[in-house]
Ligand binder design. Structure first.
Ligand SMILES: [Zn+2]
Length: 319
């Protein structure tokens, strides 16, 4: 069972709220005791929704092909995301992705849902555990400027009674060197969990297929938020934040995501249930989030500021 912080309203709980007529992009305008019904953002069944999350179109921030190009262009990941998030061709994306520079050729895929869930885990640690994510950097070696730091992080589980998961983040830029630009897309980790694989037809895809793609999960994103916080607060070092490959939501985007999960039902004619209503699946949430980005723009959705949003650790995740 999920810990309370991660529990969203059930369909039955949502149906007891007051129904209002509005589109899901207006979800932040409704109250917590209201809900809306909309068409499915992803038109398809649960199997095709899973396939979409695996094979659907990705948002592609500018690709860099060589270390020298990255060092010369001096673009931070957030600058490249801003550009890509500003010119979306519709909302039908399963993630954004980036390619590492070097031997490891696995494409990194990041879904916005995982970015939101990573932020939720990070807020949970700070607000419920009243602690910080455990971060242990191994960054004293001389090669750190070129190869990045290896950092062991410990991230709590969202399930009651389950132990924390401990893993190593690798190739993390922590030094203000020209190489930081070439290093940022090499983000890697030795973490493994169900969220990193796509379950299709009740079995996991073959390892050969999955070896080409590195799906980033909420645990890795939460761990990396811990790294950002550690370097900023312990060392006044902004490089891990500046070079972060993960889109950090604004409070307003968190509010939107909360409404999608707690105040939103989908009328799906393909359902056999009498009311034809269901909660959104991951593909619905992902598409709704891209639609939100398309309407609000990059900065209002995934570029938090201290003045408006405050610290991501203190975001309001209450339903
Ligand atoms: Zn994970």
């Amino acid at each position: 069972m999920k810990k309370t912080f991660f529990k969203d309203n059930t369909k039955a709980q949502i149906k007891k709220k007051n129904l209002v007529e509005t589109g899901f992009l207006e979800a932040t305008n409704i109250d917590s005791n209201e809900y809306l019904i909309s068409f499915p953002p992803f038109p398809g069944n649960s199997e095709s929704a899973r396939k979409f999350m695996k094979h659907g179109n990705e948002v592609l921030p500018r690709r860099q092909y060589t270390l020298n190009q990255a060092i010369k262009e001096r673009l931070t990941p957030v600058q490249m995301r801003e550009e890509a998030f500003t010119y979306l061709n519709g909302p039908f994306y399963c993630s954004y992705s980036f390619m590492p520079l070097g031997k490891d050729q696995r494409k990194r895929k990041v879904s916005l849902v995982e970015c939101l869930e990573g932020a939720r885990i990070y807020a949970y640690v700070n607000q419920v555990n009243l602690a910080e994510i455990n971060v242990k950097p191994y960054d004293n070696a001389k090669r750190v400027a070129k190869d990045g730091a290896e950092i062991v992080v410990e991230v709590p589980s969202r399930t009651k009674g389950e132990p924390r998961t401990k893993f190593k983040l690798m190739n993390i830029p922590v030094v203000d060197s020209p190489e930081k630009y070439a290093l940022a897309p090499n983000f890697s980790s030795d973490h493994s969990c169900g969220n990193k694989k796509f379950k299709i037809r009740y079995s996991y895809e073959s390892s050969k297929e999955s070896s080409q793609v590195f799906n980033i999960c909420a645990h890795e994103i939460a761990g990396h938020l811990g790294v950002i916080n550690h370097y900023w607060n312990e060392e006044k070092n902004v490089i891990p934040l500046q070079m972060s490959q993960f889109a950090i939501p604004t409070q307003e985007t968190v509010n939107f995501y909360k409404r999608l999960n707690n105040n939103f039902l989908i009328r799906d004619e393909q359902l056999t249930s009498k009311d034809k209503l269901r909660k959104p699946r991951k593909a619905d949430l992902e598409i709704a989030l891209w639609d939100w980005v398309r309407h609000k723009g990059h900065d209002k959705t995934f570029y938090p500021t201290q003045e408006i949003d405050g610290n991501i650790a203190s975001y309001d995740w209450g339903k």
